[in-house]
Design a protein around this ligand. Structure first.
Ligand code: NAG
Length: 298
């Protein structure tokens, strides 16, 4: 092997090493497959696990709704998923992504996407159940078409605050006001669930537009099955409650919104919020106590 040969061999070796490092580095960030943390709750026709578990489609038709859920239960974390909603005429369909503890007096955090007739905007309804009490619906219209691309929907759930995010924009805050007597979600681990079902009787414009089965099946797609949360396993619930070493969300700065996030939240609430239980005097003649305590920063 002459000098050029050696140089070529070295260049080849260097590029092989670079390629190998790129793969290893990528692997560290690569989202884990569906089966790692989740399992289907409906058959393979209605919960379709695709691309080796990278994408899951929920398929709703007249024979069945569709669902999946996490294998584990979590107490605190930054938990979210990328979702592409049912395109076209999605009236009457409800795509739900939620955390729930189940049981009596359950805790629950909901994202519910209410479909619409073609060309009309989706509604995102959020709700918070604390120790069995819900009735805290808020509805926003989304500022993008959620059916053409994946968008991220997530909660940061800590001992002090729950923030709902759409992509990286905060859309809602529920603070720990236990000190004022408002129950908070901090003692019951929750599972993570997704479902697609028939909400014809209420979902779209108050039930005026039921599902049109002629355009079934309805398909919503999910991605991002890693879970950045504290999984309750065996008797570690106290560890999760206290915040283990890796629980970055426990740091003081994650208990508040940044100034920029406060501005973004204000903008969303003044521009896209069109229903808020806090201002519904028919349901709540007196404003629910926590409403003016869930505001913004420190
Ligand atoms: C559907 O579109 C109508 C008309 O634009 C709108 O009033 C409504 O809030 C939308 N969402 C739902 C879920 O009905």
């Amino acid at each position: 092997m002459g000098f050029t040969g050696i140089r070529r061999a070295l260049v080849l070796l260097a590029s092989l090493i670079a390629a190998f490092l790129a793969v290893v580095a990528h692997a560290a960030y690569f989202p884990v497959g569906f089966n790692e943390n989740y399992a289907s709750s409906t058959n393979a026709e209605h919960t379709q696990v695709l691309d080796g578990g990278e994408v899951v489609n929920l398929v709703l038709d007249q024979s069945s709704a569709a669902a999946f859920g996490s294998k584990g239960l979590y107490l605190f974390g930054a938990i979210g998923m990328n979702i592409k909603l049912v395109p076209g005429n999605s009236a009457g369909t409800v795509t739900a992504y939620y955390l729930s503890s189940g049981g009596d007096h359950h805790d629950e955090l909901d994202f519910e996407f209410l479909g619409n007739v073609s060309g009309q905007p989706y509604t995102l309804q959020t709700n918070v159940f604390a120790q069995g009490v819900g009735g805290r619906e808020q509805r926003i219209s989304l500022w993008f078409d959620p059916t053409t691309e994946f968008h991220s929907y997530a909660v940061r759930w800590t001992r002090e605050i729950i923030i709902f995010f759409v992509d990286d924009t905060p859309i809602r805050v529920f603070r720990n006001n236990e000190i004022l007597g408002v129950p908070f979600l901090n003692a019951q681990p929750m599972g993570i669930y997704a479902s697609l079902w028939d909400g014809s009787s209420w979902a779209t414009q108050g039930g005026k537009y039921p599902i049109n089965w002629a355009v079934a099946p309805f398909v919503a797609s999910f991605q991002g099955f890693g879970v950045d949360g504290c999984e309750v396993v065996g008797d570690n619930i106290a560890t999760c409650a206290a915040g283990p070493v890796y629980a970055w969300w426990n740091a003081q700065r994650y208990q508040y919104l940044t100034a920029q996030q406060i501005d973004a939240l204000k903008y969303v609430q003044s521009t896209y919020l069109y229903y808020d239980y806090c201002s519904d005097r028919v349901r709540y003649p007196v404003e629910p106590f926590e409403c003016d305590k869930n505001w913004y920063g420190s």
